[in-house]
Design a protein around this ligand. Structure first.
Ligand SMILES: Nc1ncnc2c1ncn2[C@@H]1O[C@H](COP(=O)(O)OP(=O)(O)OP(=O)(O)O)[C@@H](O)[C@H]1O
Ligand SMILES: [Mg+2]
Length: 328
């Protein structure tokens, strides 16, 4: 069996809003990521993707649940041990330019993790920085620039170089292409794929774009209001998708969703996360719920994420219905 780099179990992270309400941005997430693979996390804005990412890389602590990195439970770690663990994780944050310290030169942005956690100094450190630049196809001239002087694509390459600097066990990529122009998006995605095959990297790839993830992921977790509502294998995900939310996401995705018969338009907005609907949290926007004349079970019981052991799991009381097509 493949070695798992990341194991997340029952992860919950709450925030208190200004009004005093509790928001569970991440609400009971389980995730296992094998070494050398890509796991995508997809879902609409506000579903908890960045919060999940920040918990995984240790930028914030979980409210409850367990995170294991390469077999080590991170919850008991403090001080130096925690810093050493965080050094094994690369994080490419949403919005590349904003994520890089505007006052630092690119040289220092890339060197910072190496100086803090590594042993290289002087010429050896310089050599490593140049090696990283080469990996992300940047010219040495950028080393003396500041993030504000870079294009979005260049800034993202710098962020990737920084994430690679310590040879991480896992790299978490939070919407790595969504802030970029279309042509640049493809370049960055190709770079990430090339680096993965050259260096054997493990990715958690966060995206709201099924088009991006459908082609590059081994495993896809679909999130809605803090929870995983469907887990699929990457390759066959479109044919396998069963959750009404996943089907709606597919139908809104021009290329991969093209053979769906009709576009599904979800009713209303994502509910306020401080007031999650009872039972199935997707119920208030679910086209299937409406089509089945609003069965009571959807309001009464939260459907568990369950499957047949093949790796495909769905959290819907009506996941076994036939056929899977959304519209009649
Ligand atoms: N520091 C915080 N304080 C209070 N609420 C927060 C905080 N961070 C996130 N939230 C709330 O948690 C929920 C999830 O936010 P998060 O940023 O994780 O979503 P996301 O899926 O990354 O969205 P996007 O696609 O827009 O990046 C949102 O309702 C958000 O308002
Ligand atoms: Mg986000």
């Amino acid at each position: 069996m493949a070695e798992s780099v990341l194991r997340v179990a029952g992860l919950t992270r709450s925030f208190r809003t200004d009004g005093g309400a509790e928001v569970r941005a991440v609400d009971g997430v389980d995730l296992v990521v094998e070494r050398g693979s890509t796991t995508a996390v997809v879902g609409e804005s506000g579903c908890g993707k960045t919060t999940l990412a920040r918990c995984i890389v240790g930028a914030i602590g979980p409210t409850s649940g367990r995170i294991e990195i390469a077999g080590t439970d991170t919850s008991g770690l403090r001080g130096g041990a925690l810093r050493a663990m965080r050094a094994r994780l690369g994080f490419v944050q949403q919005n590349p330019i904003a994520a890089l310290d505007p006052t630092m030169r690119v040289r220092d942005v890339i060197a910072e993790p190496l100086r803090t956690h590594g042993t290289l100094r002087g010429a050896a450190l310089d050599g490593r920085i140049r090696e990283l630049l080469e990996l992300v196809s940047l010219r040495p001239a950028v080393l003396d620039q500041r993030p504000g002087e870079l294009s979005g694509g260049q800034a993202q390459r710098v962020a990737i170089a920084r994430a690679l600097s310590l040879g991480p066990d896992l790299i978490v990529l939070d919407e790595p292409t969504s802030a970029l122009d279309l042509s640049v998006q493809a370049q960055i995605l190709n770079l990430l794929l090339e680096l993965q095959s050259r260096l054997g990297l493990t990715y958690v790839l966060i995206s709201h774009d099924l088009d991006v993830v459908a082609h590059v992921s081994d495993q896809v977790a679909v999130m809605y209001l803090g929870r995983i509502v469907e887990r699929l294998e990457g390759g066959r995900m479109q044919a396998a998708a069963r959750h009404p939310y996943t089907l709606a996401l597919f139908s809104a995705t021009p290329t991969v969703g093209a053979d769906r018969r009709q576009r599904i338009v979800l009713a209303g907005d994502v509910p306020d996360p401080a007031h999650v609907p009872s039972g199935c949290r997707f119920r208030s926007r679910c086209w299937l719920h409406t089509r089945l004349d609003s069965p009571a079970v959807c309001a009464e019981a939260e459907p568990p994420l369950s499957g047949d052991g093949s790796g495909h799991e769905v959290a819907c009381h009506f996941a076994d219905r036939e056929p899977a097509q959304p519209m009649s």
